[in-house]
Design a protein around this ligand. Structure first.
Ligand SMILES: [Zn+2]
Length: 213
């Protein structure tokens, strides 16, 4: 394969999203012009990435800690759960600064044509999490058992694409029998756009104008 060290770096960099051969070459020559310590720091950081990062056992966020820093914040309402496609969407909603609940990261969308079913997503984890929350309702005490579920709300914050809509519908049918309140973010987010490209203001509005499913 690429024995030449420069070609090897260019080849490796050009596999990154949005990085073409030209940009990869620019990065490689930039690094060559830097102090070797810069390259070493980058290589160390990349080398530690997989060993240091894990999935949060609560929300499936990626973090060096389990539970992740978001799940560890006591001021965040554990009974308000925003379901997102991926970490980029989580970060987009976090940037709005208005959401005070927690997240659940699916790590994808249903896509039957590509062989992505519920088993490939973090759906069973969501169900387990909700049933834990609902069974803990009794301990909070001030509502009767019949109304217990009404205190947990799931906000579906998935893109308005074909796969996003299919996943929302699936979650709606799956979660409705549990008795949790279900809502979907309003359509301020353009059709087909992934959340990470939505601007902060329209995303914050879409979140506060969410409508029941
Ligand atoms: Zn978490």
């Amino acid at each position: 394969m690429a024995a030449d060290p420069i070609q090897r770096v260019i080849h490796a960099l050009s596999r990154l999203p949005s990085v073409g051969e030209k940009s990869a070459a620019r990065m490689a020559f930039f690094l060559l012009n830097q102090d070797p310590a810069v390259t070493r720091e980058l290589a160390d950081a990349l080398g530690a990435l997989h060993a240091a990062v894990r999935l949060c056992g609560e929300c499936a966020n990626l973090s060096a800690q389990d539970p992740c820093p978001l799940c560890a914040q006591p001021r965040r309402d554990p009974r308000l759960i925003c379901v997102v496609e991926d970490i980029s969407s989580l970060m987009a909603i976090e940037r709005t600064g208005v959401f005070e609940g927690r997240y659940h990261v699916l790590h994808g969308l249903l896509s039957p044509l590509d062989g992505v079913g519920p088993e490939q997503l973090r759906v069973s984890e969501l169900l387990a999490r909700l049933s834990r929350l609902l069974s803990a309702e009794g301990d909070w005490g001030d509502h009767g058992a019949a109304r217990a579920g009404a205190r947990v709300e799931v906000i579906v914050a998935l893109p308005s694409s074909v796969n996003g809509n299919a996943t929302s519908l699936y979650l709606q049918q799956l979660l409705r029998p549990l008795g949790v309140a279900l809502s979907r973010i309003a359509s301020g987010v353009p059709v087909g756009a992934t959340l990470q490209y939505a601007d902060q203001v329209s995303l914050a509005e879409a979140l506060s104008a969410r409508r029941p499913l």
